[in-house]
Ligand binder design. Sequence first.
Ligand code: ASP
Length: 434
Amino acid sequence: MIVCKFGGSSVADAQQIRKVKQIVDADPQRQVVVVSAPGKRSKDDEKVTDMLYACNAMVQQGSSCKDLFKKVALRYTTILSDLGMQAKPFLPVLEEVRQMIDAGHGAEYAASRGEYLAARMVATFFGWEFLDTDPEIVINHDGTVNPETWNNLKRALKPKTKYVVPGFYGCDPEGKVKTFSRGGSDITGAILSSAAKADTYENWTDVSGVFSVDPRLVPEAKVIKQMTYREVRELAGVGAGVFHEEAIAPILASGITINVKNTNAPMDDGTFILPTREKGEHPLVGVSAKSGFSRLSLRKLMLFKKSGIRHALLTMLHIFGIRPTFSLFGVDSIIWFFETTQASDSVINAMCSRLKSEFELEEVSVDHGHAIVGIIGSGVMQDSSVIAKSTTALAEDKIALNFFNYGSSDTSILIGVNATQAQDAVKSLYRALF
Ligand code: ASP
C-alpha cells in the first residue's frame, strides 16, 4: 500500500485537486492521502498558512481577524464551487474556525486550520474518510513525535478504509493543538507511512524530484535518481528544499521507500529515497547552502586545562537560548555557529559579558552573516579528489573559507563561507564536482 502526501501547490486550486484525484485513482494501492494547506497559485499569491498566522497576529494585537479571515474562507469556497461541490455545508465549519482564532487559541491552532480545512474538503470530494491528526499524533514540546502516536494510529486506521489526513499538526502531550515546523506535512506523511506499514511513501510536489543543486542557481541542475535517507537528511540540513529534514526519523526503522514526485508531471520517475542506494557512477548527490548563521568565538590561554569547560560553556549558552549547530575547537579556542534567529542582539551582548566575566575569557565575540555549504554524498570519504577539487575551485573563484569540516560525517563535507558568497560557492563547487 502507498501513503501519498500532496504539498500546498498540489491543493492550491480546483484544477490541482483534480490532478490529485486522477493520480490517486490511477493506483488502488494509494490508500492514505495527507494534504498540506492550499499554497500559492501564482508567484504573487499568498499561502493559506501565512494568512492564518496573520489572522492570529491581528487577534494578538487586540483586533478581530474577521476581515482577513474572509480571504481564507474565499480560498476554500472558491475551490469547492470550482470542484462542483456545495460550499454551504462548509460555511459553519469556516465560521467556527474564525471564532476560535478570534477567541485567542493561538498561532499553532490558527496555522493548523489550513490543513484541517483542506483535508475535510478533499475527503468530501474523494468520498473518503477524514482522519484528524489531533489527538492521534502526539508531538512533544521539543517537536519530536511522542511514542503514544503509534498506538493511537494503530487503533484509528481501519483495514480496507481510505483516508484523507491533514498534515503539519497534532496535539501536545496535554492535548493542545501543536504544529511541526514549517513544511511539516512531510513529517505527517512519514508518520502515516510508518503507522500504516506502507510499502512506499509518495511525496508529491511541484518539481520532478530532489535536485543535485538549486535549479535557480544552476539551470542545468539534474534530478537525483536515488539517494539514501542519510543523504536526503544532510542535503535538507544545508538548506535544500523539497523534503523536510525531520521527515526521515519516523520511517528510519521501517526502511520504507520514499518517492518524491511531481503532481504536474506524474509520469516522471522522481527521486527515490532509500535506506541504502546502488553505487551509481557518482559518489556525490548534491551541493547546497544555508545562510542565517552567527559565529561565537571564545579564546583563553590553556582554556581546556579546566575539566568540564565545554560542558559549562554550553550550559551558559543554553541559558541564553543558544543551541549551536556546528563547533570547531582550536588549541586555546572554541568557535560555535548558531542560527541567528535564536537570539536578539541584546541577548547576545548579555551572554557575551556573562561568558567573559564568569570564565575569565580573553576574547568573546559574535559576528553575523555566515553560511554553511554542504557537499553531500555517501562517497565523500572514499574519493580523496573531492577535497582537492573543492578547495581549488573555491580559491579560483576567490571565495574565502571560514572553516572546513571533513570527517565528522561520512556523508558530507561542510564548508563555512560568508553568506554573501554562499550562492557563488554552491555554483563553483557544483561546476568542479559534478
Ligand atoms: N502549510 C504548512 C506550511 O506552509 C505546512 C506544510 O505545507 O507542510 O509550512
